[in-house]
Design a protein around this ligand. Structure first.
Ligand code: GRF
Length: 194
């Protein structure tokens, strides 16, 4: 059987993209990084993908008159590449129905909090400012809402009184980099259902 083809969507640094590539290279994730989709031409993740030989679709949303138009183009590129799963990894846009409908149940996201707590932007800052003692990471299916889809996996990070915001961020990232590849592996091997 051919390997599951992943399209990773990212807008920034791409540390989760790196973790996925590492897991593929070390054999713990049996998939192909078939495409990187990025809406920020200057993002670091684009350089990383080029360096790794991951095909890219990089676009500037400002060049399109409406979201439906760039999403229709993305769908075309995904279908051309025969993508099985869309892996959102720091893609800073809500997915609209043009993209959601053809891939519903095949789009997942990682969020740096224990959803439903702290959805949306700067979840780490929100948790830190709220003074919670436990936060963590959530992998979930994507629906039309903001971080509202069905939860697939979570892992916790304990916050002690001495921890700075940066230390919390780095603890969260370490958990993300293990949880995301492991959850993707379970999904593609049929271990989790939508
Ligand atoms: C991660 O914290 C992820 O949970 C959130 O965006 C961040 C992306 O970081 N959705 P990176 O670009 O993968 O380093």
């Amino acid at each position: 059987m051919s390997k599951a083809k992943l399209a990773v969507f990212a807008s920034g640094t791409g540390s989760n993209y790196d973790a996925i590539i590492d897991a593929i290279n070390n054999g713990t994730l049996d998939a192909e990084a078939a495409l990187l989709v990025c809406d920020k031409p200057a993002a670091k993740v684009v350089e990383k993908a080029k360096h790794n030989g991951t095909p890219t679709f990089v676009f500037d949303p400002k060049q399109y008159a409406a979201k439906e138009l760039f999403e229709a183009k993305i769908v075309e590129v995904l279908q051309e590449a025969e993508i099985d799963w869309i892996i959102l990894a720091g893609y800073m846009r809500l997915i609209g129905k043009t993209l959601l409908q053809p891939f519903e149940g095949k789009i997942i996201n990682i969020h740096p909090s224990l959803l439903p707590a702290f959805p949306g932007l700067d979840a780490i800052g929100q948790a830190f400012d709220a003074g919670v003692k436990v936060s963590g990471v959530t992998v979930h299916y994507v629906d039309a809402g903001m971080d509202t889809g069905k939860i697939i996996a979570q892992d916790v990070v304990y916050i002690n009184d001495e921890m700075t915001r940066d230390e919390l961020q780095s603890a969260i990232q370490q958990v993300e980099h293990k949880l995301y590849p492991a959850t993707i592996q379970k999904l593609i091997s049929g271990g989790e259902s939508s």
